[in-house]
Structures are given as C-alpha cells and as structure tokens.
Write a protein that binds this ligand. Structure first.
Ligand code: ZN
Length: 148
C-alpha cells in the first residue's frame, strides 16, 4: 500500500532533493526573517511592519550546537511506548544570511560523534514517521559531503 507523503507541519518546507528548502517569512519593512514563519505582524519590536512574504531559507548553515535524545520525551510528545526508543540527534544550525538558528534532527545515521561546532550542514528532506496511510515528512540536517 502506498502512503501519502504529508508535511508534519504545513508550509514550513517545500521541494524535493536539491530543491528542498525551509520556508520562513520576511518582513517587507525591515527585512527581518522569521522561522517558524510569522504571518500577521513583524516581531521586531522596533518595526511596525505587517506585510510578511514567504522566503526560502538558506540551504546550508553551520552547526551552532547539538545534542542527542537518549530518552523518550514525556507527553505530549507522541511515541509508541511498546516500541524501543530510538535515540536521535538534534542540531541547532546557524544560518548566516538570516542571522538565526534553526533546530532540527540530524539525518538518519548521523550521531553526535560525527558533529563539530562550526561544521557545515545542509537541509535535506526527512521522514518523521509513518502510520496507516501517511508518511509524515520533515527536514533533517546533514553534514555537507556526507551521502546517506
Ligand atoms: Zn519588520
């Protein structure tokens, strides 16, 4: 049975392969960029802007910090207590052009042992999970030059 690929959060990312991008919004008045996207008004306290346009974020950034989740998070995190907990790696990535840090899971197989602060990473399509009819898609960060 084929599953429908559905973004786990609508309109936070789009595209396939090399065209995959995170989507934020940019204030038309002060050019501040927001991710998660801000839709109604600029969060810059010195700006009264209320026109926010969708913008694709930089594909590459540098590792700002990272950690691994060795334990099952408490509710409301959704996980099946019957299944063994699979540790995952979380990376905070600094995007230079946007001057922001974006969190995300590392691509499958990437562990903290593979990472260093300052290392270049790129955003790639990822899968968060599957249920009966749906593959829930998300984004992952992957060190540049590594193919998984
Ligand atoms: Zn603004």
């Amino acid at each position: 049975m084929s599953r429908v690929r559905t973004p786990v959060v609508a309109r936070w990312f789009d595209g396939e392969g090399d065209g995959f991008r995170l989507l934020g919004t940019r204030c038309a008045a002060c050019s501040a960029v927001f991710f998660p996207r801000e839709e109604s008004f600029c969060r810059n306290p010195g700006c009264a802007g209320d026109e926010l346009v969708e913008v694709a974020l930089s594909r590459r950034g540098r590792v700002w910090s990272y950690t691994d989740g060795r334990y099952r998070p408490p509710a409301p995190y959704v996980s099946d207590p019957e299944l063994p907990w699979e540790p995952y790696t979380l990376i905070a990535v600094e995007l230079e052009a946007e001057r922001m840090v974006v969190l995300g899971q590392a691509a499958p197989g990437v562990t903290v042992a593979d990472l260093e602060v300052g290392m270049e990473v790129e955003v790639v399509p990822g899968v968060l999970g599957e249920d009966a009819g749906t593959t829930w898609t998300t984004w992952h960060w992957r060190p540049v030059g590594v193919t998984a």
